[in-house]
Design a protein around this ligand. Structure first.
Ligand code: AMP
Ligand code: MG
Length: 345
């Protein structure tokens, strides 16, 4: 398949003409990768089971790992859900459009092919103007997982998407690098107490301020085990991983840097905070932001993890922020890249 690539220069003022062909591809059942504020998404009609199948095939994603349906306005949620829980209403008002996905009881209109066989559906309204306008023009909710090959770090630029999806999908819309860089926060509002399934830019602190009690699914912090059946099926898969194995070292940054420096072997990669750039002689060093700059860390983490795949490193050590605010999301992605191989110092 030939993949067409189009470039949107002024994403804030994208014109409908620029997106009509993409919208038509979605309506016809094809696949279009597009920018969102979180990461690039791989879009297809969320109400079309065949489109969902194509998404799974293009990503090489296991088909029990459900897709998020993206809408362009709150009114488009109603046909997708059985009913709207109170917590869902509050969170929608507070954080939409934006990087928050919610899990609702699904209506009969949403095919099981999109939800991985589940009775629930994940829905998000992105704030990115290109994403938002594309969904509106397509006239259908767009199922859009991250536009990477399953298991690889999520794409934060159109070049990342091109590396993984060229020849496998109909179109890539290049809107430049994304703003946030880690995927949306996912909160399950289908049960009694809202539960965080994936940390993101809408932080635990922000959620609790809006709805009070929020629980954290244990699969966010710990390796999946045979008896732990994660609520978000994606949690059980290795994720975000470069080809070489990653080990995370957690603790005070000066101490984690010292620990890593003592453990340098042959062909070693280090992903570290900017401050420690010069501490690892002979290593391939990728910096992902200053130790207190979580925004930059979120934007850079996947690009830096991907960069190791162009080198011959055989092992990778990574520093990691603590769990406050956006740090929970960044740390979760790094720990998942490491398959939860974590050293505490
Ligand atoms: P991605 O598409 O790469 O952003 O990943 C989407 C994530 O949303 C996956 O980890 C899914 O498991 C999760 N997800 C989607 N739909 C549901 C659902 N109905 N219930 C729980 N998790 C879901
Ligand atoms: Mg993904």
């Amino acid at each position: 398949m030939e993949t067409k690539r189009i470039y949107i220069k002024d994403t804030e003022h994208v014109r409908d003409e620029e997106l009509l062909e993409a919208a038509e591809i979605i309506r016809r059942g094809g696949l279009v990768a597009f920018p969102t504020e979180t990461v690039y998404g791989l879009g297809g009609n969320a109400l079309d089971e065949d489109a969902a199948k194509k998404i799974y095939a293009a990503k090489g994603r296991p088909s029990d790992n459900p897709l998020i349906a993206h809408v362009s306005c709150p009114e488009e949620v109603e046909p997708l859900v059985e009913y709207m829980p109170e917590a869902g209403k509050k969170l929608m008002e507070a954080f939409w459009p934006g990087p928050l996905t919610m899990i609702f009881p699904k209506s009969s209109r949403v095919p099981y092919g999109t939800t991985g066989g589940l009775e629930t559906v994940a829905v998000r309204m992105p704030s990115d103007p290109v994403a938002n306008r594309l969904i509106a023009l397509a006239g259908v909710p767009i199922a859009a997982p991250s536009a990477n090959t399953s298991g690889r770090p999520s794409p934060t630029t159109a070049d990342h998407v091109w590396q993984d999806m060229n020849g496998r999908i109909d179109m890539i819309i290049d809107g430049g690098p994304v703003g946030i860089g880690v995927e949306s926060t996912i909160v399950d509002v289908s049960g009694d107490v809202p539960t965080l399934l994936r940390p993101g830019a809408i932080t635990m602190e922000m959620l609790r301020e809006t709805v009070g009690r929020v629980e954290i699914d244990p699969a966010i912090q710990a390796p999946p085990s045979a008896d732990l059946r994660p609520k978000a099926p994606g949690m059980k898969y290795r994720h975000y991983a470069p080809k070489a194995p990653v080990t995370v070292v957690r603790g005070d940054p000066a101490q984690t840097a010292a620990y890593i420096a003592q453990h340098i072997g042959e062909k070693t990669g280090v992903m570290c905070f900017d401050e420690y750039r010069d501490c690892f002689p002979g290593c391939v060093v990728e910096c992902f932001g200053s130790e207190n700059d979580l925004g930059t860390q979120a934007r850079e983490v996947f690009d830096r993890l991907r960069a190791f795949d162009d080198t011959d490193v055989r092992q990778i050590w990574a520093q990691c922020p603590s769990d406050e605010g956006l740090g929970l999301a960044v740390a979760n992605r790094i720990k998942k890249a490491a398959g939860f191989s974590v050293v505490e110092v």
